[in-house]
Design a protein around this ligand. Structure first.
Ligand code: TRP
Length: 333
């Protein structure tokens, strides 16, 4: 009974990458041991900006599920489900939309940034504009205590907390639970191009499903310290993604510290550091690849796991919806 509940999710718009691993997958693998965990494939949210490409969203449901399973999210411990098949989420969204102002929605910093990046200008799809409220429905439907996500999702959790408080106050109840955000110590992994964020649409990602060859090529081409021209020059470690990745994935911390010191002193070539990073990443990714191969043999079984998880999610979210309707006094029959 005292187990805390976790809910997180990903939009199925492409394969998951190392940034997802560091930002949230890793936490999920650990959290599933001691918590009641739900992981949602957020296809309905993906459609808020991919309405014209439902087939892409559809394809990526299986891909994201394979990513989950191959990193070690265990369907016996974690309920994995598909968002659009849980109708309670959309009913909750509609009720919650009345508790938030249009002005507040316009000021969600993540949404603002995305509107810019996507070049929507004045023509933001209404569904996109309100997706933080749909996310509040996702989180509260499961009465999640903890939401492990990347840093960019903090505004969503803040907005969820506002909805929870407003709902409980307005309807004089304690039905909804306030979630806490959980951000990993490495808040975000830079791209292989040195840009602040690894992104599937930015062309700077190493995917969990990349082949050994692809990973080797990507590491070779990685951005490092642009001022480190000759081997004997002292190089910068801060802001150098090669070292950020080593910190995130390397096990031999003392070796990494030595490499850093040597690099900063001068005399250590980028190619040597990259070669080591290549080995570290292959060692990390190989078991993931192997597990993926096993699950890929039977996609129907993966879909069956999703179906089973979705049934559990429907039950859980349906119960919360009944409580919400009762609290609002719209439980007519
Ligand atoms: N917005 C999240 C992302 O882009 C996905 C998501 C949807 C989510 N609903 C959620 C994350 C609820 C946590 C909780 O990664």
């Amino acid at each position: 009974m005292s187990k805390k509940t976790i809910l997180t999710g990903d939009r199925p718009t492409g394969p998951l990458h190392l940034g997802h691993f560091v930002g949230s997958l890793k936490a999920r693998i650990e959290l599933q041991e001691e918590h009641r965990q739900f992981v949602m494939i957020a296809d309905a949210q993906a459609l808020t900006d991919y309405a014209d490409r439902p087939e892409l969203v559809r394809q990526n449901i299986l891909q994201v599920a394979l990513d989950y399973l191959s990193v070690g999210i265990d369907p016996k411990k974690t309920t994995i489900f598909i968002q659009s098949l849980v109708p309670a989420l959309f009913e909750l969204t509609v009720y919650y939309l009345n508790l938030v102002t249009w002005n507040r929605l316009k000021h969600n910093p993540t949404v603002k940034l995305e509107i810019q990046q996507k070049g929507y200008g004045e023509n933001v799809p209404a569904g996109f504009m309100v997706y933080p409220i749909s996310q509040a429905a996702d989180i509260t439907a499961f009465k999640a205590d903890l939401v492990p996500v990347g840093e960019d999702q903090i505004p969503m959790i803040e907005q969820t907390i506002e909805v929870v408080r407003k709902f409980n106050r307005m309807y004089n109840c304690g039905v909804l639970v306030e979630p806490k955000v959980m951000v990993s110590s490495i808040a975000r992994l830079p791209g292989i191009d040195g840009k602040a964020k690894m992104g599937k649409s930015l062309g700077n990602a190493i995917f969990l499903s990349d082949s050994a060859d692809d990973v080797a090529k990507k590491v070779k081409g990685m951005y490092t310290d642009p001022g480190h021209l000759r081997v004997e020059d002292p190089g910068k470690v801060e802001g150098n993604p090669v070292f950020t990745y080593l910190d995130a994935f390397g096990k031999d911390k003392s070796k990494i510290e030595e490499l850093k010191a040597h690099y900063q002193r001068g005399g250590l070539g980028d190619s040597v550091v990259k070669k080591y990073l290549g080995e570290v990443l292959q060692e990390f990714l190989e078991p993931i690849r192997q597990r993926r191969k096993e699950f890929e043999k039977d996609p129907a079984e993966v879909m069956r796991l999703l179906k089973e998880g979705t049934r559990i999610a429907q039950d859980t979210a349906g119960k919360t919806l009944s409580e919400v309707r009762a609290a609002m006094g719209i439980d007519y029959f």
